[in-house]
Design a protein. Structure first.
Length: 322
């Protein structure tokens, strides 16, 4: 059976799917993170290779029947970075002495857009561990706002929410804000008996980006229980994301003719975040494009992009790739 593979390489996990020529998903696999900006080069390469192997092993798909691979990888944006990703994928087939299929590597934002609208034109706002807003103009030109990583700027992201959540616990200890349910949830999650002990825990070497972003889930849960401080954190993060979208719409009016895809774990798990994001945009923009929550995962969008590429060259379905 001929098929294509779609890969979503993120800062928390890597997902791969296989779809047949009719667009039906026939296999699914998950593995470890593969963001080259937050993993070592070895892990990045190994984790992507491993998830491809798992996909094939679990489904009994034949490697030689793969006609294309599309991948959206977090931390990948420039042509040089995309080419490095393509070389990494080619090496999987080279090591197995198989003909290399057609390969396309883009940013994970672009594949998320394809998952929502079936095309890589429009705006996509991603709020997961990290965040970015990517716009692809009708001409194909790519423009962006945010997405600079947790050090230079991941406003609206799970990391930003997690960091603000942890800081709010400490502000409660200092007496600057109230001590609410949020503090209790955070201390319990990190197995800390006090705010002072939380400080000790959070500055341990193993406490990195993902461990801080984990506090976003606690904040979402507390906001759903009516915790006012948690709600304020979520609403501020959503407003930050809306501001990124607004900047692109103001700068590139042609994007008004496309759609806005909202995706990522924060959009999926927080109704308050979604509603605040939409309300902020509606208040500030009269000609707002359609906003759609991406129901298909980004790995499926990656598969759609490579299928769209193959559709322009139908012979590669039977003749292989590069």
């Amino acid at each position: 059976m001929e098929y294509v593979i779609g890969i979503d390489g993120g800062g928390t996990s890597t997902t791969a799917v296989a779809i047949d020529r009719e667009g039906r998903q026939i296999a699914h696999a998950e593995g470890q993170a593969s963001n080259p900006k937050s993993s070592s080069g070895t892990d990045y390469r190994t984790n992507i290779h491993n998830v491809i192997s798992q996909l094939l092993n679990d489904s009994s798909l034949a490697l030689e029947q793969c006609c294309g691979v599309g991948a959206g990888i977090a931390g990948v944006y420039t042509p040089k970075e995309c080419e490095a990703g393509e070389q990494l994928l080619r090496s999987y087939w080279h090591e197995r002495r198989q003909q290399v299929p057609n390969i396309l590597v883009v940013s994970d934002a672009e594949t998320a857009l394809a998952a929502a609208f079936g095309t890589n034109r429009g705006i996509v706002a991603i709020a997961g561990t990290g965040s970015i807003v990517l716009g692809i103009l009708p001409s194909g030109e790519r423009v962006r706002a945010g997405g600079w990583g947790h050090i230079l700027g991941d406003r609206g992201s799970g990391y930003a929410i997690g960091q603000r959540t942890l800081q709010t616990v400490m502000l409660g200890y200092d007496g600057i804000v109230a001590v609410t349910e949020l503090s209790d949830k955070v201390l319990h999650h990190y197995d800390a008996r006090s705010a002072e002990e939380l400080r000790y825990i959070m500055y341990q070497p193993q406490m990195g980006k993902r461990q801080i972003a984990a506090a976003a889930k606690l904040c979402i849960e507390a906001s759903q229980s009516g915790d006012v401080l948690a709600q304020q954190i979520i609403m501020q993060a959503a407003s930050d994301m809306a501001e990124f979208v607004q900047v692109l719409l103001n700068r590139y009016p042609q994007l008004e003719q496309t759609g806005i895809a909202a995706t990522g774990s924060i959009f999926r798990h927080s109704v308050l975040y979604r509603e605040t994001f939409i309300q902020q945009l509606q208040q500030n923009h009269t000609n707002l494009p359609e906003i759609r929550l991406a129901e298909q995962e980004a790995a499926y969008g990656a598969a759609i992009l490579i299928m769209n590429k193959l559709a322009k060259h139908p012979h590669v379905w039977t003749q292989g790739g590069q």
